[in-house]
Ligand binder design. Sequence first.
Ligand SMILES: [Zn+2]
Length: 350
Amino acid sequence: MKIISCGKKPKEVDNLNLRAAQLRHIPILGESAQERLSELTIGVIGLGGIGSELIEKLKRLFPKRLVLVDDDFIEETNLNRVVGSTFSDAKNRLRKTNLALREVATFNPKQEVRTVFGNFLDEEVQLEFKNCDVIFSSTDNVASRFAACAFGLANGCAVIDVATGIIMNDSAIKAAGGQVIWLTASSNWCPLCSGLYDQREIATGLLDSQELERQRAQGYVHGENIAAPQVGSLNGILAGLAVWMFMRLVSGASIDFDGVAVDALTFTTHAWSEERLSPNNCHYCGEHGSLMRGDSAEMVCRTKAISLPELIPSSNIESLPTRSVTQPSNVAELPVSAMFDLLGLRQYTH
Ligand SMILES: [Zn+2]
């Protein structure tokens, strides 16, 4: 991990009329929400196709601080979707963190930004997110997206997870779309106990490259890393939806569902809610698990060898429900104004 910028005081630029820049947001957010927003620290994990779209939108909300992480470089294959990237960046293999920093600093030299060149699955990188109020997770790796959820639940930051996908069948598009999910310490579910994320995929994602190859050679890991098709337009739709959801939460709106899926082939969206464990004995989102335990919570990190029982205590494996979802109208009341409920929960201790 290398910290590129440590939230240095940005260069003073005269005559930035922040008030005018916020003016068109204020009727939507409300005056007090705009003020709260300017006090928030927002983390973004993964600065590729979706992450760069998120930053493009988040920087225009003028938060207090942005914390951005990625361990990758710009290549030619990124140019169809990574916002702000140029052929010259690809030629120079610019770090995605440096591109993000350039994009934000060019727009608003007064924006406080911390960029971390590293992988969220490494402990020291996760520690950089300790002071985040909300984390947007947009990597192409289910393990790091789950790690972000586990980190958010343990440390009391809201998590908004954004993903897109296009599945090809020979030369035809079989499926295209994406989803946005959100959770907070008071949500009472997580993508592991709900079955939303595949446990084996999480476990595989936590292997380092050497161990992954060893397990692949032994036949434990199937599937090749085939470069999936990706488009900026779809990333932009889902990133826009995620930031809109965030704005609604900040303005105190009650969102009574856990996720929104976009089917880009039928041009439809639907919101859904996950079924909760009862009683909730999940290691991550259950009251007696790592929920709100802060520093004493176990982080989900990359390790040389991890087996499922290490990731999920066996008692929980038995209790994992078959995946089922309900429509929002059938859902028991969810905690309202979660974002600020959550911020209040920072004082919560077991
Ligand atoms: Zn859970």
